[in-house]
Ligand binder design. Sequence first.
Ligand code: F6R
Length: 644
Amino acid sequence: MSRSMPYQPPGAHTISKFEHLHLEVFDQPQQGSAAIAQEIADLIKDKQAKNSMCVLGLATGSSPKSVYKELIRLHKEEGLSFKNVITFNLDEYYPMKPDAAQSYVKFMKENLFDHINIPVGQTHVPDGLVAAGEIEAYCQAYEQQISDAGGLDLQILGIGRTGHIGFNEPGSHINSQTRLITLDPLTKSDAANDFEGQDNVPLKAITMGVGTILKAKRIIMMAWGDAKAQVIQKTVEELPTTSRPASFLQKHNNTTVVLDHQAAGKLVRYQSPWLVGSCHWTQSMMKRAVIWLSSKVEKAILKLTDADYNENGLNELLLAHGPAYNINIDVFNQIQRTITGWPGGKPNVDDGNRPERAEPARKKVLIFSPHPDDDVISMGGTLIRLKDQEHDVHVAYQTSGSLAVFGQDLERHLQFHHDLMALITSKNGSEDDETSKSNYTDWSNKVDDFQVKALIRKSEALAALRYIGLEDDHVHFLNMPFYETGRVDKNPLGTRDISLVRQLMKEIKPHQIYVAADLADPHGTHRICYDAVMAAFAECQTETWADDCYVWMYKGAWQEWDLTDIDMAVPVSPEELNRKRQAIFKHQSQKDKAPFPGTDDREFWQRAEDRNRATAIQYDLLGLPEYEAIEGFSRYFPTKDNTE
Ligand code: F6R
């Protein structure tokens, strides 16, 4: 099926004895989506040539959106017709009105049906309003409709983090048919953002069964991003089990799983390719292997023996670079050199083996933060050090973050404003309370809620950075337009977004840029913000400052780098960790309970501390110094494959 180049990191192998499903791995989701859309288009055209109907099983959710986008493009630009297509959607929440914002009927219209020439009568989405007593008959009729149409020629699927396909949650039987099911708590928490809170997510859904799906002649399951890496690893590499219904796809003889390299990242072929076949032993591959071995045999690096290497599939490495003592020392030194308490470079020392240059001693630093709090959450300790070590630190908030403010916080601020205005007018004695009230009403009618929410987040971000010691004129609010949709769904990255970032880079001419490279962000905002920084930086390559600029990538609130990928590890002392926590606390609208907490119950400051402590523990276990906490950064090289 692959029409564009599948992703192949060095040392990886296409076939692995650990994999029980056929995979295609692409560098970017767009490439995988284009390959899927092309296969669908080829099938439709093939059926057209034979004068027959093409029966497609469709999915909703974030995964297939880019496939649908590409199908729309093929329709509009290349004349692909959908007149001979019949579609059956996998599922629908229950109960659900077809015109509700979260309904899959609405999703399919907005993301596909309204933009192609498919006759409405040829599309089918399970009815979320069937009377309770009629559900069973309705589900049987849905099955019948599929077989009357000739059965599914091609079914596309996403995968939930529970391992569900359709809404076949853990416990679903391999032979299950279309039916009403109860949603898993993890699925509800993943859907919480669409429903403004988990409590509003319907308890149930109507879904095609695993058996219904397995009857399709061809199945393509797709998954993008790190958030899916774990469930993909288990689905692909472990045996079929009802506790992960997607694993039953192993029983189907014509299934392909299409992944981007982030979603494939936990597979043995990437995590420990030496177990799969011969490896090209680059420094980074050696580092990966030794860290893996050390954690597998639970020994510090310098204690690893030839036998440890031999008994754990690393004899090839031993032959190429052994004995163990040499490999151990080499990798130990590599990792030790990532540690620095001087993230802006240590002045007046030999910097040959340090992550950052010594000169210039006082650097211009530009930190990009997707939302107004990612900076302190993800690199607050480093930010504090950079400022304390007297670098010229600027922070740029890429989006307003206005979507993530609760209505009740807005009310509280408006109340404050109202009372303040009333107080001022009563002091002036010029207006009575009624007039001031009407002023307030006039004003609140003119300003959009989201604009006020943006101001709330701005005031919090300023408070956090003032606490760290940054001057207000070193804080930049870019308010990138792609974010301002008022919905969880964002617009694609536009030229105006990139130019806002580029202008700031050109103005500051930084020696260091920090960028959030967090592609697991559930709403895609971080990915777009990352793309904007990289596109802007690429456009600045002709500028002299860009030649002398190091780009450091940090992970957002959701995850940390693999130890292998950390090029700079900044220790955070207990005192600094406490200061970092206080800075995070200034983001009051995100405290106690954030509107978009993701699937993690901990508050952001707790996640940050747990994660930084966990990194420190990993360094400690490898036999390196024991710190309270560590923040990790990976260096971006424009010419290197940074995804390695
Ligand atoms: C949607 C569906 C679900 C999703 C799955 C992944 O029709 O049946 O199985 O495919 O929950 O959702 P996303 O793609 O949003 O991660």
